[in-house]
Ligand binder design. Sequence first.
Ligand SMILES: Cc1cc2nc3c(=O)[nH]c(=O)nc-3n(C[C@H](O)[C@H](O)[C@H](O)COP(=O)(O)OP(=O)(O)OC[C@H]3O[C@@H](n4cnc5c(N)ncnc54)[C@H](O)[C@@H]3O)c2cc1C
Length: 248
Amino acid sequence: MKILVCISHVPDTTSKIVFKNDLTEFDASGVTFVMNPYDEFGLTKAMHIKESLGGTITVANVGLAVTESTLRKALAIGADDAVRINAEPTDASYVAGLLAEYAGTQNFDLIITGRESIDYNGGAVPGMIAAHLNIPFVNACIGFDLNAEQATMIREIDGGKETLQGKLPLLIAGQKGLVEEKDLRIPAMRGIMMARKKPLTVLEASDREKHTNVLDYQLPEEKGACTLIDADDVEQLVQLLHSEAKVI
Ligand SMILES: Cc1cc2nc3c(=O)[nH]c(=O)nc-3n(C[C@H](O)[C@H](O)[C@H](O)COP(=O)(O)OP(=O)(O)OC[C@H]3O[C@@H](n4cnc5c(N)ncnc54)[C@H](O)[C@@H]3O)c2cc1C
């Protein structure tokens, strides 16, 4: 079983988001980067599959050298080898094209991505990789089971769940539920030491077209101050909803 887990390197959720150069660029100075949380679920699921069926786990990232800390963490958690495709990930179709180009040379049985990256939240990369490789794609996966070559997947849909079947090779985009938060692996000291010796290959990116270009970013409006009123004072509540919130 050959598994590829695509790993995106994102700002920690507690980071203060600041833009520079006339709001055209994210200011990464002082920001701590982590593994995209959805990808942690995917990597842990890959570990479960490997532990029950055997096989190998490769992790891949499109990014500059700074992302190697995240790939090393994935190796410390238990991936067998890592690939960094050396390019600034400035466009979802560009990223997906590069990942698909690499995956297309490797005959992976299963590709796991996150449902979305928590920085740019495009949710665009997984479907595009599957389209390039012409393999089935199941999004928002909260369950995955394998019986011979037949995979059973559970997907979260509005107000319920959907169960699907498909044959390998295929691509799933995972989220919480694929494994539970309590199952997420934390690198142990032995894993960290072993990760140093595991292969991390850097591939030069091919010359692909970028389809989009950010003109600017806008932060949401600051939230107003919170006014606390007495739970029994309906009159004041109505008056504030009318005069301040202006919703009635
Ligand atoms: C410096 C910079 C400039 C940017 N400028 C632009 C711009 O001009 N126009 C624009 O549209 N976007 C821009 N972006 C955003 C960039 O396109 C996205 O961060 C990236 O392509 C991921 O796309 P997404 O949000 O659709 O990922 P999603 O589809 O939300 O990610 C889903 C999953 O795909 C996988 N994945 C995503 N990204 C990677 C990756 N890099 N390596 C490996 N796996 C990955 C992960 O498994 C992830 O969980 C910029 C980003 C950076 C860092």
